[in-house]
Design a protein around this ligand. Structure first.
Ligand code: 4NP
Length: 167
């Protein structure tokens, strides 16, 4: 498959949830042998942590499940991202609203909640930044389920040869 699909995971700070989603989705893509066809990056709607490594609590929780986030560095979403990426996946409703306000005309339909791609009873990945360690486990539990479901969707899209700009 030569078609390239570009996914962008987005949260507020780009140091907890979206880097976790990037790492989990990259692992799912690699397990499926699709690393040449599907790329995944992450970004934050806020600029508080630009250039920083992920939160050590996120990195530790992810590493316990086999995901290495240590090479990631935070960046902020830009208007160009709406043209570069095919799917822009928000971690919560606040991130979604922020993205929809930024989205250039004709690109808003690329934006969705990550959890909307999975049959889950919740829509938002809760912000773990100010909470305890259990919050980081909950983030991983939700993101793993969502990425499993998202992989099925994007594989189907690739087989239907949807390319950049089709979303
Ligand atoms: P994230 O979590 O959006 O999942 O990266 C947060 C990280 C930092 C802050 C808020 C949420 N902060 O306020 O600095």
């Amino acid at each position: 498959m030569n078609t390239q699909l570009n996914l962008l995971m987005v949260c507020l700070g780009n140091i907890c949830r979206s880097p976790t989603a990037q790492a989990v989705m990259a692992a799912r893509i690699a397990d499926a042998g699709l690393q040449d066809s599907i790329r995944v990056e992450s970004a934050g709607t806020a600029g508080y942590h630009i250039g920083k490594a992920p939160d050590p609590r996120s990195m530790a929780a992810a590493l316990r499940r086999g995901y290495d986030m240590s090479a990631q560095r935070a960046r902020q979403v830009s208007v160009e991202d709406f043209h570069k990426f095919d799917l822009i996946l928000a971690m919560d409703s606040s991130n979604l609203n922020h993205l929809l306000q930024m989205a250039p005309a004709t690109t808003a339909d690329k934006v969705s909640l990550l959890l909307s791609h999975a049959p889950l009873s919740t829509t938002d990945v809760p912000d773990p930044y100010h909470g305890g360690d259990n919050g980081f486990e909950q983030v991983l539990d939700l993101i793993e389920q969502a990425c499993d479901a998202l992989l099925v969707t994007v594989q189907a899209d690739l087989q239907g040869h949807r390319t950049t700009g089709d979303y």
